[in-house]
Design a protein around this ligand. Sequence first.
Ligand code: ASP
Ligand code: MG
Length: 404
Amino acid sequence: MSLIVQKYGGTSMGDPQRIKVVAERLLQTQRQGNSVVGVVSAMSGVTDSLLRLAKEVSSKPLERELDMLLATGEQTTSALTAMAIEALGGRAISMTGAQAGIVTNTFYTKAKINRIFPQQILSFLHEGFIVIVAGFQGETSEGEITTLGRGGSDLTAIALASALQAHECQIFTDVDGVFTCDPRLVPQAKKIDLLAYEEMLEMASSGSKVMQSRAVEFAKKFNVPFEVGHSFKTIPGTRVQEESPGMEQVVVRGISVERNQAKVTITNVPDHPGYAASIFSAIAEAHLIIDVIVQDVSAYGTTNISFTLSNEELDKMGDLLEQIVQSIGAGEVRKESGIAKLSVVGIGMRTHSGVAAKLFECLAQGGINIQMISTSEIKIAVIIDEKNIQQAAELTHQAFGLDQ
Ligand code: ASP
Ligand code: MG
């Protein structure tokens, strides 16, 4: 008998009708001769509206109380799913993260899983129950409720699959899988059948938000293969697993796009140790999340430093940098929104040359100017004007043969 973990996202939990369909799928999976653990998200929009409620009663709600509040979203859907299975004639039991044995540290709202004690789940499975675990939550060793960061139900599913040594971990969502590019941008985009963890990680962190990045990191670290697919379809989704030799033959596996980005440049930064440190320490202290950083080669003892961040983060930044620039005697701060990032991703890049040349040529053909470039072993990313992003995505998708 196989043990299968199935995770259902917020849209699949969106209304009672959908919950019933999910219940049916869980039951069917069990009737095919499997032990089944379901991990559920809150109904779509619920976590956001709970956060809004919190903001209405307090401008700075305590994080402990936020976790008490947010955990109710998943508690609701886990109970409803269990009820729906019972109503269909199956046997099911819902569990909170705590009851499922998920023990975390005390970092409220973004807790890390320390250990999982799955005995309780295993004994219910043994008795023939379908176990429905509320995603996104755990408890500290002192019994305090914690949550695992936005999108954290993915992490619950991957971590449980690992702890239970499940044969299958299926992440069900509202798309058919991971695509070679966002189909809204490039209609020729195709579903990818097989991805390496690292590729998924790069895609997830550079715009293809199918899954929580932390969950993919966990899967990579503990080697938990999984499949991403559609909750209400039986067609195969995208399999994500450890890389195998054959996977390197495909040079570029996919293109991801991140819009709504902004670029900040600080000019004439004195070219001495410690200046970049003071700029980025201030940014870190303000908890701003930044992305690509580029420093020019210095000339006449000064240099320019640029970085990108989302428009949202730029708004939060206020005039933080203007103050720093003044205190360190740099030039000026230039801010520019309306940019986007396009990344080509593939583990095959490690063993093939010419990917950068092909990408840049492709953009040149479209008359698209590259503002910044950043690379990793398996990714090349360019920062371009947002108005060019669709054309850039289409040209690149075609040039790397992704529509074939
Ligand atoms: N409900 C949580 C969120 O919206 C967790 C999840 O859906 O995975 O972030
Ligand atoms: Mg989600």
